[in-house]
Ligand binder design. Structure first.
Ligand SMILES: [Fe+2]
Length: 274
């Protein structure tokens, strides 16, 4: 091998060794969104926590709880897949126990709660209610903060027709209506129903992202090169914000997250500025 080839190969190998940990970083990221509404006077801030899958975030979940506290939210919204297919360690239980002592917490379930084979989803709902969380299985709650009120709805997906019917009947014209639905692929249908803001997860950012070209390789319910994986989407009069979720992959999943750090989402809903 010539000296020149050796230098080029060494440089490429070094770049690869440096790039892989960066590309596959699973350090926690925080994304901020501002949503304007003419129906509010004061601001309302939500911490949106999706797809934890019972992942451990530091001793006693200190890392995630600390990141949420720093946001100074008025409420915490869990967007489904808080738990995984089996109970495992009590990480997410501890997260809910700690956060319900500090904030109103709203919880919409995801597909993994319904895939549980050791306990059913109904038991999870009972356990989370017992800890003070407001479970959004076709229910509606009003959240008031800073002199403003938002209405929070939630369903177990649009196939839960009775839940969706009830939430649609509860839409208020006097305040922002926020729908928590785990499945972002349902946005085209939900966007025709009068909800102002829809919060979703489920896609895990499409797992592999190669910016700026590939905004997700695969997502359940959407297949390869999914459309709804991260960020803001608009359709009709509705906006949807999709979280890339908080599951760290190394323990359970063979395909790593690539350019797709776990994400805590902060949403500030502001009165319309003139
Ligand atoms: Fe998930």
């Amino acid at each position: 091998m010539t000296r020149r080839r050796f230098i080029i190969l060494s440089a490429l190998l070094s770049a690869f060794i440096i790039a892989v940990p960066f590309a596959c970083s699973e350090s926690l990221s925080v994304s901020h969104y501002t949503v304007f509404s003419g129906k509010l006077s004061g601001d309302v801030r939500l911490a949106f926590v999706s797809d934890v899958h019972n992942t451990l975030y530091g001793r006693n979940m200190d890392e995630l709880v600390g990141a949420i506290v720093k946001l100074k939210p008025d409420a915490v919204v869990f967007g489904g897949d808080l738990f995984d297919n089996e109970w495992g360690e009590p990480n997410s239980v501890l997260l809910v126990e700690r956060l319900t002592k500090m904030y109103p917490c709203f919880y919409s379930l995801g597909n993994h709660e319904f895939h549980r084979y050791d306990t059913g989803a109904e038991q999870i709902k009972r356990e989370m209610r017992a800890r003070g969380a407001y479970v959004l299985d076709g229910r509606t709650y009003d959240l008031t903060a800073n002199g403003s009120t938002v209405r929070i709805h939630g369903i177990d997906g649009i196939s839960s027709a009775d839940q969706l019917k009830y939430c649609r009947e509860m839409i208020s014209p006097d305040m922002p209506n926020i729908m928590i639905d785990h499945y972002p692929e349902e946005f085209p249908k939900l966007s025709t129903m009068g909800f102002d803001l829809i919060l979703s997860g489920h896609a895990h950012g499409g797992q592999v992202r190669i910016p700026p070209f590939i905004k997700g390789l695969y997502a359940p319910g959407q297949g390869f090169f999914p459309k709804y994986t991260s960020g803001e989407y608009y359709r009709g009069g509705s906006e949807m914000i999709v979280s890339r979720g908080l599951q760290r992959c190394l323990r359970d999943i063979i395909i790593p997250r690539v350019f797709n750090r776990p994400e805590l989402v902060c949403i500030t809903i502001c009165g319309e500025r003139s």
